[in-house]
Design a protein around this ligand. Sequence first.
Ligand code: GDP
Ligand code: MG
Length: 175
Amino acid sequence: GINQEEPTHVVKIVLIGDSSVGKTNLLTRFCENEFTSDSMPTIGVEFGSKIVEINEQIIKAQIWDTAGQERFRSVTQVYYRSSIGAFIVYDITNSESFERLDDWVREFKEQSELNAIPMIIGNKCDLEKEREISKEMGENFAKENGLSFIETSAKDGTNVEYAFRTLIEEIYNVL
Ligand code: GDP
Ligand code: MG
């Protein structure tokens, strides 16, 4: 099976964004297809990995989680080292997390490799009634920064696999 094959590439992707936007749940949803409703701010898992096949290439995506460091409003340099992609996540029901995107984009650009690719994620799209940030606002922010944008729900799984595959495909094009 595919999981026994040697990957042709290993890509390190980091999850960044304010605390409680859903980063840890996006990681577990993608890597284990699970959702935890009472996840701890500092969960034990620091990264997960998953094998994906793109263009007949076996790619191992190594996805790093902040383990709660983002509560200090930035994460350490070590976290970004050798990362080639990032999910910069906000919560569509929390405008403060959206307003902080600029800071996270800047931090990622300062700390990561020159050719690294960030992607903007608006998470919790299952909470339509509590929405504070329209899809258009997310799209506009991404457009202004020349980045891709996808709304996801780690809770019901909407677009999670799609977002990871899209980012990996974008990364793979520059490898
Ligand atoms: P992190 O601090 O960014 O890692 O956020 P967590 O993954 O720990 O999630 C914070 C809270 O938001 C938890 O109570 C999750 O259950 C909840 N949560 C995460 N993703 C979603 C989502 O897509 N939809 C909904 N409704 N809740 C979510
Ligand atoms: Mg977390």
